[in-house]
Design a protein around this ligand. Sequence first.
Ligand code: ADP
Ligand code: ADP
Ligand code: MG
Length: 592
Amino acid sequence: MRVAVLLEDRCQPKKCNSECWAFCPPVRNGIECIVLDDGSGKPNVSEPLCIGCGICVSKCPFDALIITNLPGELEGEMTYRYGENGFRLFRLPAPREEKVVGILGPNGMGKSTAINLLSGAIRPNLGDWTSNSKAWTEILSSFPRGELRDYLALVSEEEVTVAVKPQYVDKLPEIFDGLVKELLDRVDERSEAASYAEALTIDHILERDLQSLSGGELQRVAICATLLKEADVYFFDEPSSYLDIHERMRIVRIIQDLAERGKRAIVVEHDLAILDVLCDLIHVVYGERAAYGIFTPARSTRTAINAYLDGFLPEENIRIRDKPIQFLKGRVRGEGLGQALLRWGDMEKTLGEFELTTGEGQVRSAEVVGIVGPNSTGKTTMVRMIAGEMEPDQGWCTMDSEVSYKPQHVSTDFEGTVMEWMDSEIGVSWRSGEFHTQVIRTLQIDQLLELRAKKLSGGELQAVSIAICLGKEADLYLFDEPSAFLDANARMEAAKAIRRTMESNEKAAMVIDHDTYFIDIVSDSLLVFQGEGGKHGHAVGPLSLRKGMNLFLSDVDVTFRRDIESHRPRINKPSSRKDREQKAAGEYFYAN
Ligand code: ADP
Ligand code: ADP
Ligand code: MG
């Protein structure tokens, strides 16, 4: 089945010569495969007449067309289609009573569309985009008997309400202008604002203005507001962004409590350690961004994540990635490290109420140091001192290495395309060779080159910023929270790209992150931050990965085991036998 998709926001008929139409071989032979719209000038592509030559795709100066083939047998399984050349969604995830259901997959594959269908905001059109009010009897009979069909029957009777925690919490202050308390009071249908605020540790910011909150605070306020609504289904789109691992674990417990109270919860999450411990079942979603998305039936959490990492979905007989993502079990790292590229001694910094001390440490060539610890304990401050953006009040830090730095908050005001932006930052060498195959391709930046740099989404901007940082000539590379806004796949690829670049060029990197899988893949050693957020922070290390993880995780009070098959780390259930044994032995991360 051929699919032709027009990316409406990229198509700019006023700025091109209708190349898609002019060069289309069937059109040149008098066949109306592409017809230009009288008004807008945009192309309508006829899928039955398209020969799949791909000439329109390559001729379009704005990369606005996708011509692709759908995999496998999906006949009769289309749930929604936005238009003739619009995005299409196949199947749906099924919310379940008393269960947390996870969705695993990239953005742009129809998760929001699915939620709108499950909440009744839009009605399944089964692929017929001309009819958005199909009879429910026809809709229901098109789904196989089971959980999903029963659930949709409730939707058809308007008997379900859905509460949604949206993906981009930074937009919250634009929507609501006022105090945290006022926002929560407005949605507090069961008078639980006080108890949820305490559980989410936002009770001390209730009197603050929404505009003044940090990303992590906004995230917790948004989650709180969602929980306070009285609904049947609770949907959380990326609840862990901006949160440290303590806070992520707190969110896990709160969402699981919700399910135990009989509610249905659906969660989109890219931190796989969190998704793994949080969910009862997972739907993997795959497809082609902006063209089509396919939800697989729910599988057990372990099976779904292992298949996702392996890159092959056996039931669907579909490969979703060329190579598996591998975790190394019990590897001895830190071998083959060279000379110290950076050393520091007892740096101290006071910022307002906050005090940081760093102890002594060094980073050697070919070493990647992971940096972990609670929010507001000075991780960014230390990295900024190393980058030379800030002077320590006391102590010292060697300054003879060339540093390339990706700050925590990425942004650009570059006027031009991604390609031009990259050229202006790092020259043209990135366009070919090893860097192109190992960084540009794996981070899928090759698909963004024609886009305006200013128009990139959060995840796209993050990926390009990582590539620019890696592409600069330097000895020491500093990354502040590179996993933010990236999907699970992009996170693993970014971690691998950072590792490979350091190994092959004998450079060194320091990487702040809250995603355990990211840290596990990227790090040789760990710099652990301890202290009380906003008051004082202290850096310990770099320590060996094992020692560092033990120190860090004993603070979080969480133990990990390794999955026997994939070797990925998995959070032990609190107070389970393994959890108790590992805590007693002091082995928080590496015991099997
Ligand atoms: P996700 O939540 O997984 O990021 P969405 O469901 O938001 O994905 O969007 C999937 C695709 O559907 C996107 O490529 C988007 O362009 C398209 N899409 C979303 N909403 C609309 C709409 N109202 N009209 C046309 N296309 C849409
Ligand atoms: P982390 O990266 O570990 O989250 P940061 O280094 O960003 O922590 O911040 C540590 C503390 O220092 C926070 O409480 C923050 O509010 C405070 N802080 C950071 N920069 C400044 C500044 N320029 N002025 C006053 N306080 C600051
Ligand atoms: Mg920080």
